[in-house]
Design a protein around this ligand. Structure first.
Ligand code: SF4
Length: 380
């Protein structure tokens, strides 16, 4: 039994989720990319129908916040005019696909093929997702998905179930992906409508023909220039509508990533737009913080204001997870240091998750700040 609510489904545009600051409307960019016009329309819609705040999710989707029951239908009309809305809720909820931002024309074609195949999958749990990671080397290995499309070191396509080091050789991407999803269902991967591939694989059940290793993955990229364009980061994965407007006005395709960064395709210099982080050493990038109070109704304290106060004082190389409650949405796995809001302050957890046993309880924000500012202060 947990003290927090587990929803077991992800919001969409047609099926938004209620949050502390209104409805959260999640846009899944088709094929993982936005034209400048689509990005402009999203920025305008966020201002007109929401509170102007847009989150970039860990699955490379955009979430408009502060939408109301009254503004939602008009928002959908505006986004539909830009081909950003699926025909119905069912189609939308099936489109759980992350596409690598670093790609060639074949990847975009493969994304179209896999997207079409998603509508022919068996009934899968709401969180079940796919990654199309078909650049020369995988870059999406940290993303939470269930079936991965990658390349072997010699460039062959492979289909790899999450949690297993090897994958199957692909002969027909759509058919093979559907077959692996069917295998998941028939092998007992779903209980009470929920289930993840990694949990099934951990029981020692493996789909047939998994003999090929993927190419060595690349580390998670940092902001900077890449052959595909400029990668810019957003503090806590949040962008203001004005910033997205300015970015879209540069006229480049924009590819959201699961790293709380946007790839500005074809840009040859880093954009100097307020609100974008282009310095990979910026300490705010070492802090993960969920929405917290007041945006999340389950939050027991603020997260991001505290993060901005602490960031300049973090020891070099220290990373920090600040969680508004013990659920730990922004960093479900163990972190070096976690501060979990309790309503009476923040519990300090070392090398654990937001709900592990704390080493110190109910620290005040000032006590945490004083600790960091102390001369020769050790890591939190
Ligand atoms: S971890 Fe953060 S975002 Fe998740 S439920 Fe708790 S307060 Fe809300």
């Amino acid at each position: 039994m947990t003290a927090w609510e587990i929803k077991g489904w992800c919001p969409g545009a047609l099926r938004p989720m209620q949050s502390g600051d209104g409805l959260v409307v999640r846009i899944r960019p088709p094929l993982g990319r936005l034209t400048p016009q689509q990005a402009q329309a999203i920025a305008q819609a966020a201002k007109t129908h929401g509170n102007g705040i847009i989150d970039l999710s860990a699955r490379a989707n955009l979430q408009l916040r502060g939408v109301t029951e009254v503004s939602h239908p008009r928002l959908i009309d505006d986004l539909r005019a830009q081909n950003l809305i699926d025909p119905d809720i069912e189609t939308e909820s099936l489109r759980n696909l992350i596409v690598t931002p670093f790609r060639d024309a074949e990847t975009t074609q493969l994304a179209a093929t896999l997207t079409a195949a998603l509508t022919r999958m068996p009934k899968l749990p709401g969180k079940f997702g796919f990654a199309l990671d078909t650049g020369p080397r995988p870059v999406l290995t940290q993303a939470s998905v269930d079936i991965r499309v990658e390349r072997s070191p010699d460039g062959r396509l492979i289909l790899r179930p999450e949690g297993h080091p090897l994958g199957q050789s692909v002969t027909d991407l759509a058919q093979d992906a559907i077959a692996m999803a069917n295998w998941f269902v028939q092998s007992g991967g779903i209980t009470n409508g929920r289930g993840r591939m990694a949990a099934l694989i951990a029981k020692g059940t493996v789909p047939p023909g998994c003999t090929l290793a993927p190419a060595e993955p690349l580390p998670t990229p940092t902001p900077g220039l890449y052959p595909d364009g400029a990668l810019v980061a957003l503090a806590f994965g949040q962008i203001q509508a004005e910033t997205l407007h300015a970015l879209a006005a540069l006229g480049h395709e924009i590819r959201p990533t699961p790293w709380r960064m946007l790839l500005i395709v074809g840009a040859t210099e880093l954009p100097a737009i307020p609100g974008l982080i282009t310095d990979p050493s910026d300490p705010i990038l070492r802090i993960t913080a969920c929405t917290g109070a007041p945006g999340c109704p389950q939050a027991l304290g603020d997260t991001r204001t505290l993060a901005r106060k602490l960031a300049p004082h973090l020891a070099a190389a220290q990373s920090l997870h600040i969680s508004g409650c013990a659920k730990g949405c922004a960093h479900p796995s163990a972190a070096e240091t976690t501060l979990t809001a309790t309503g009476q302050g923040y519990d300090l957890i070392r090398n654990g998750t937001a709900h592990d046993t704390p080493s110190q309880r109910n620290l005040s924000p000032q006590a945490i700040l004083d600790h960091l500012k102390a001369p020769n202060a050790p890591h939190l």
